[in-house]
Design a protein around this ligand. Structure first.
Ligand code: NDP
Ligand code: GDR
Length: 358
C-alpha cells in the first residue's frame, strides 16, 4: 500500500515541487485547490496530465483554509498518513492590505486543519508539517537565526504565522501529535510567484533585454535575504516527517545577499548594463544609450520592513543530514534563463499575432 499525503497549497510553488517529489517516491497525493475564476493549476498540470510518468496518483479537491467543513471533508476522504500545510496568503506586502483575511487563512487556517485531524481521530497516526517562516524573526534579535532565536514578527503575515507556529507546537504537546514546524528562509525557483522580488527581477530583466519592457521599479534595494532553491527545501519538508521524534527545524543556506546584488547578478547573466536611477537619467527616467534603469518606487516600501535575514541550519545538517544543493549563482542563472525563454516565447507569439493582421 502506498503512503497517502495531503498537501494544502498544492497549486503554489512549494506545493508543486513537493507533489512531484512525493509522486516520484510512490505516494498517493491529495491536494487542496481553491476555486478561482481562471485556471490555477499550471504548476501541477504536468503531474496531473501524465500519470504514467509518475508511479503515484494525484487527486485534487476543492477546499479553502477559511472553510472548516471543506478541510474536514478532504481529510475524511483522503485519510492521509502525512499532511503538509503549505496553503497561505503568502505575500508579506499584501498582508498589510488584507490583514484580516491573512489571519484567517494563515493563523486560524492552521488550527482548522489540526482540528480536522483531531475530529477524525487521525491525530494519532497522521504526521503534520506546518510551513513556518523566517519572517517570524522579523526585527532580528540574533544573527544568524536558529531554532532558539526569539521571534519578533513585523507584518500581519508574520504575526499570523506566529500563531500557526505555536498552535502546531501546542497540538504536539497537548495531544502527542507528530507535528513539526519547518522554519524556512526564502526559497525561489522559476515557478516562484511573479510578485516576489526575485521573480519580479528575473522576469523584468528578460523582457528589458528583448525590448518589451523599459525599466524596473523596486522598493527597498538594501533588504538582505538568505535565498535558497525551492526544490532543495521541499525535500526537507518530507525528511522532517520521517524522523523518530517530531521537532522544529530552520532551513537556510547560511549565505546572504541584498536585493541590489540579486539585480546585479541577474543582469550579469544576461550581459546587461544597469544604470541605477538617479545616475544621469533623462527626465522620464530612461537612458538614451540603451542601458536600462532600475529605479526605486516608494510605493513598494512596507509599513514595517524586515531588513536582514540569515539562517543557521546546523540542526538540520546534523540531525537530518541535509544540505542545500543549489548555490545562489546557480539559482539566479536558472531563474533568469527560464524567464528569458518565456519572454522569447511571448515575443514570438506577439509577432505571429501582428503578422496575422496583414
Ligand atoms: P505560494 O504563494 O506560491 O502558494 C500558496 C498556496 O496556498 C497556493 O496554492 C494558494 O492557492 C494557496 N492558498 C492561498 N490561500 C489559500 C486559502 N485561503 N485556502 C486554500 N489555499 C490557499 O507560496 P509558496 O509555495 O512559496 O509557500 C508555501 C508555504 O510556505 C506558504 O505557507 C508560505 O507562507 C510558506 N513559506 C514560504 C517561503 C518561501 O520563500 N517560498 C518561506 C517560508 C515559508 P492559489 O494557487 O489558488 O493562489
Ligand atoms: P519576503 O519576500 O517578504 O521576504 O517573503 P519578497 O520577495 O516579497 O521580498 C523580499 C525583500 O525584497 C524587498 N523588495 C521587494 N519585494 C517585492 N515583493 N517587490 C518589490 O518590488 C521589492 N523591492 C524590494 C522587500 O521589501 C523584502 O525586504 C517571502 C514570502 O515567500 C513569504 O511567504 C515567506 O515567509 C518569506 O519569504 C520567508
Amino acid at each position: 500500500m502506498s503512503k497517502v499525503a495531503l498537501i494544502t497549497g498544492v497549486t503554489g510553488q512549494d506545493g508543486a515541487y513537493l507533489a512531484e517529489f512525493l509522486l516520484r517516491k510512490g505516494y498517493t497525493v491529495h491536494g487542496i485547490r481553491r476555486r478561482v475564476s481562471l485556471f490555477n493549476t499550471h504548476r501541477i498540470d504536468h503531474l496531473y496530465a501524465d500519470p504514467h510518468e509518475h508511479p503515484g496518483r494525484l487527486v485534487l479537491h476543492y477546499g479553502d483554509m477559511t472553510d472548516s467543513s471543506s478541510l474536514l471533508r478532504v481529510v475524511e476522504q483522503s485519510q492521509p498518513d502525512e499532511v503538509y500545510n503549505l496553503a497561505a496568503q503568502s505575500h508579506v506586502a499584501v498582508s498589510f492590505e488584507e490583514p484580516e483575511y491573512t489571519a484567517n487563512s494563515d493563523a486560524v487556517g492552521v488550527l482548522r486543519m489540526l482540528e480536522a485531524l483531531r475530529i477524525t481521530g487521525l491525530q494519532k497516526t497522521a504526521r503534520f508539517y506546518q510551513a513556518s517562516t523566517s519572517e517570524l524573526y522579523g526585527l532580528v534579535q540574533e544573527t544568524p537565526q536558529k531554532e532558539t532565536t526569539p521571534f519578533y514578527p513585523r507584518s500581519p503575515y508574520a504575526v499570523a504565522k506566529l500563531y500557526g507556529y505555536w498552535i502546531t507546537v501546542n497540538y504536539r504537546e497537548s495531544y502527542g501529535m507528530y507535528a513539526c514546524n519547518g522554519i524556512l528562509f526564502n526559497h525561489e525557483s522559476p515557478v516562484r510567484g511573479e510578485t516576489f522580488v526575485t521573480r519580479k527581477i528575473t522576469r523584468a530583466l528578460a523582457r528589458i533585454k528583448l525590448g518589451t519592457q523599459r525599466a524596473l521599479y523596486l522598493g527597498n534595494l538594501d533588504a538582505k535575504r538568505d535565498w535558497g532553491h525551492a526544490k532543495d527545501y521541499v525535500e526537507m519538508q518530507w525528511l522532517m516527517l520521517q524522523q523518530e521524534k517530531p521537532e522544529d527545524y530552520v532551513i537556510a543556506t547560511g549565505a546572504q545577499y541584498s536585493v541590489r546584488e540579486f539585480v546585479t547578478r541577474a543582469a550579469d547573466r544576461l550581459g546587461m548594463l544597469i544604470r541605477w536611477e538617479g545616475e544621469g537619467v533623462d527626465e522620464k527616467g530612461y537612458l538614451p544609450d540603451g542601458r536600462f534603469v532600475v529605479g526605486v518606487d516608494p510605493g513598494y516600501f512596507r509599513p514595517a520592513e524586515v531588513d536582514t535575514l540569515l539562517g543557521d541550519a546546523s540542526k538540520a545538517r546534523a540531525k537530518l543530514g541535509w544540505s542545500p544543493k543549489v548555490s545562489f549563482p546557480e539559482l539566479v542563472n536558472e531563474m533568469v534563463d527560464a524567464d528569458l525563454a518565456e519572454a522569447e516565447a511571448e515575443l514570438r507569439a506577439a509577432t505571429q499575432r501582428r503578422r496575422s493582421l496583414f
